[in-house]
Write a protein that binds this ligand. Sequence first.
Ligand code: GCB
Length: 621
Amino acid sequence: MGEHAAFIDVHSPLSLLSAVALRFFMKRCLAVLLLAGWAYASPAPSSLTASTLIANVPGRTTVSLDGAWRAIVDPFDNGRAGFFRDEKPHSKSDRVEYSFDASPVLNVPGDWNTQREQLMFYEGPVWYRRLFNYHNRADKRVFVYFGAVNYKATVYLNGEKLGEHEGGFTAFNFEATSVLREGENSLIVEVNNIRHADAVPALKFDWWNYGGITRDVMLVEVPATFIQDYWVQLVRGSQNEIAGWVQLNGAQPAQKIMLEIPEAGVHEAVSTDGAGRASFHFTAKLELWSPAHPKLYDVALRGGDDVLHDQIGFRTIEVQGANILLNGKPIFLRGISMHEEAPFREGRAFSVEDAQTLLGWVKDLGCNFVRFAHYPHNENEIRLADRLGLMVWSEIPVYWDIDWSNLATLANAEAQLRDEIARDHNRAALILWSMSNETPVKPERTQFLKQLAADARELDSTRLITSALNRTDQTGPDERILSDPLAESLDVVGLNEYVGWYERRPEDADRLQWKLKWNKPLIVSEFGGGAVYGRHGDADEIWTEEFQDDLYQHQLGMVERMPNLAGLTPWVLMDFRSPARMLPGVQDYHNRKGVVSNRGQRKLAFYTLQKFYKKMAEAGK
Ligand code: GCB
């Protein structure tokens, strides 16, 4: 008997009753679901609310809470009964069955998987505690800010719950002002990385499910009324008109705000309304940001007691037929896909040094573009891309199959998209928001993704919308058409294809002809094959560098012939950990499609791609 059948013993009268009750209950559920499905089929309900994220934390007064946190691994989730109280026995007869003080530490930022061998495969709750001293300052408000926690975080300060956050790759903050104590404070976070069918991503994905507080944690100190967010960008299509807004948060929402870009002679005064909001629109003579000239301006915003500086670049990004135009001129995106995986030590990448190494390799390849797969990456990476002149594709983890008909899942994806945009909307490097990766074509999925695309356009009218698609139709033995109906809602079409790896032979790429149903720019957002660094053999011997290199040579010949090709981001910069890649001696739980190994060694395909990009750059692409 299967283990599931053991749950209901239909021979006992009580169980029979419960089985009938269960069936009745399931019928009711089905009716509710059908109704919900009907409601869902009519205009998709957007659950977008304003983001509460504080923008530009690197430009604010912060106190770092990084470092060693006490951590209790709690596989049965017993801690919910009260770990957040951080109790200690008051007498020698007191029974308290946990102790943060006596528990070992985990470093923050950092995933737990690579910090303790026993936790490599762990999925479940871990309770983190950080004690810190704080001295209250009059007129200041304080927020606890998390760069990212995978996947769910429940945050408590001094025994009080501050809030919950879902989504492993977006930043969030909770106000702590009224809960902070003079002197010692106890911050406790329950982190749970368990996978759920209705989550984003859902149950299966091809990367390690690193758990933990994976990015920086800090206290952000702001004045009683402060500048929460602002938008300072060129109007789409214009090279000298800046339009945007500023949003205050606090009891004195109506203020005079100064927006200054001293180097461009900009000194604009605006007044916020009763909701703390002001819009502006003015002209300025600017040096435009581009890969060849990644110019950033110091932008200062002053309002009430708040003064904030940011480094912002100005550029336009548009499409015209099959072309992507940067600053009004067609540009070819010479890119590579990458995970947020740490070079050399493995685990989640988080630091400035990680970003410098990874993006250094991207630059060495001759790229002007990078795809941050498959979720929003840390702020260090995007800020460095701004400085290095690398254009960026950023995506949310709507990956493979998820629970498309579930409204809560849609709300979750929308919140992740909103917060991704909230953090990065002033970065010149960011040119493309991607809604999804390799999602199966069906009506409920297309409706879900169209809703996300509409949200992204509502939140950001200046950037381009894309998605990595992979459904193609055969129109002849060597002819394919990309016909996913989602493409209709995109500015730029992404295509993942694995000719020579998951299907056919590498040399078949020489004969394949591709067609696109829409006259839109196409980015080949993935192709590739696996190779173990240092393994050599003939070009037809799988897992060798020669095999991967040969595949790249055939692929590059093919993609060059593709209609509307505006860029490519082969899969992938560096080998990365994945639970789905088990072959001993070859994969050992790593996806080996990197052109660089996880030890930083360059495979043959690295040089082939580098040569191709050099040729493209010389041809003015
Ligand atoms: C894909 C996915 C990517 C995988 C890759 C692979 O299509 O988008 O996440 O890692 O293929 O290696 O199979």
